[in-house]
Design a protein around this ligand. Structure first.
Ligand code: ZN
Length: 369
């Protein structure tokens, strides 16, 4: 597992002196920046029996020793990756607006989608980490190392812990067993217990330089790299995931009712409804996410005359026109409302009504003046 080109600085900071690493790290930042890949690369490097010097400088796992082979095979005795069980998915831990969107493993248009495992659950924000999972971990960390070396625990996403699980983990972090390194990953660190945060060294993953990220996407064979990167809020792995799932055409279609909203919420809702029916891999939660991003840009355009996601000239023009007749307070109120109904979007009682309601609220906020 390699780190990404935009992570070289952080890697150097942490890994140049691995013996000085604290017993708990908290990797924070929006989803789609490659925090999990980074954590797994750290684990591989710390467990490796013969670390090499990476081309970019700093140590790297050799990829050949017993430890590296076990890790690749998923059966290293001194490593644990703790994630929500896929089957346990619930809407309990709604993701924040930055921990953008749902990523799916569904097949779009018959194409097999090679989504990296690291992205399979990043950003869904659903599923919880249960207390039983932390208890199993306690057994692991308090029993001695199998190989007289370090033991590594990667836990992701930390905000998915139930309160009971978080308290159980806190007890472990309060009296950390020697030679165990916890790497917690969070896309929404504010939701963590302050007592957990204070026991970890916080490593903040900022947004990569857009040119570097776009170059990385192009090298991965992604077309329209700049556009898709912008829509993904500058998160390269999320952008890659979308491109591989052919999300861009769907995204554009989902925006059409917002570009020319007219004044009929039922007509807007029908367009969205047709899109959802035509594409089984596109769901309501993703649509709400797109509306949320559009709204975020509309608010930014109204208040600060700038944009984050939709810099395509046609979109920009529509946003400018709508910003002129929108009311900032109404937009902000709609934004709060959308955050509230996000959870419902996973299991709406009546999709058509949900869409009409969302359209009506949008129209009220944009023609309020
Ligand atoms: Zn190795």
């Amino acid at each position: 597992m390699n780190i990404h080109p935009w992570q070289g600085g952080l890697w150097k900071q942490l890994m140049d002196a691995p013996e000085k690493l604290p017993h708990a790290l908290l990797l924070t930042g929006p989803a789609g920046l490659g925090k999990q890949d980074f954590a797994l690369a750290m684990a591989a490097c710390l467990l490796c029996e013969a670390p090499q010097t990476a081309a970019t400088g700093g140590p790297a796992a050799c990829g050949e020793c017993c430890s590296c082979s076990w890790l690749a095979a998923g059966n290293h005795p001194d490593f644990r990756l703790v994630q929500p069980d896929a089957a346990e998915e619930t809407a309990e831990t709604e993701s924040d607006s930055d921990a953008v969107t749902k990523t799916t493993n569904k097949t779009r248009q018959g194409k097999a989608v090679g989504v990296a495992t690291s992205m399979a659950r990043v950003g869904t924000g659903s599923g919880t980490l249960r207390i039983e999972q932390i208890r199993e971990l306690t057994d692991f960390v308090f029993v001695g190392s199998h190989r007289q070396g370090r033991r590594i625990v990667v836990l992701e996403p930390a905000e998915a812990m139930t309160p009971a699980a978080a308290n159980a983990l806190l007890k472990v972090l309060e009296e950390p067993p020697a030679s165990v390194c916890f790497i917690l990953i969070s896309h929404a660190w504010r939701r963590l217990l302050p007592t957990i945060r204070s026991r970890c060294r916080i490593v903040n993953f900022g947004q990569p330089d857009p040119r570097q990220a776009a170059a990385w996407l192009k090298a991965a064979g992604i077309k329209e790299a700049e556009s898709v990167l912008q829509l993904a809020g500058g998160a390269p792995l999320l952008a890659r995931n979308w491109a591989q799932q052919d999300m861009l055409p769907v995204y554009r279609k989902a925006l059409e009712p917002l570009l020319q909203p007219g004044n009929d919420p039922v007509a807007m809702a029908q367009k969205w409804s047709a899109l959802l029916k035509a594409d089984s891999a596109f769901d309501l939660a993703q649509l709400v996410d797109i509306v949320q991003k559009w709204l975020a840009d509309l608010i930014q355009m109204t208040l600060a005359d700038s944009l984050r996601y939709h810099r395509d000239p046609a979109w920009q023009k529509a946003l400018q026109a709508q910003a002129k007749r929108s009311n900032a307070a109404a937009l902000l109120a709609f934004d709060r409302e959308l955050r509230r109904i996000r959870g419902v979007a996973r299991h709406p009682l009546n999709t058509q009504l949900f869409l009409e309601d969302m359209a009506a609220r949008y129209l009220r906020a944009t023609v309020a003046r």
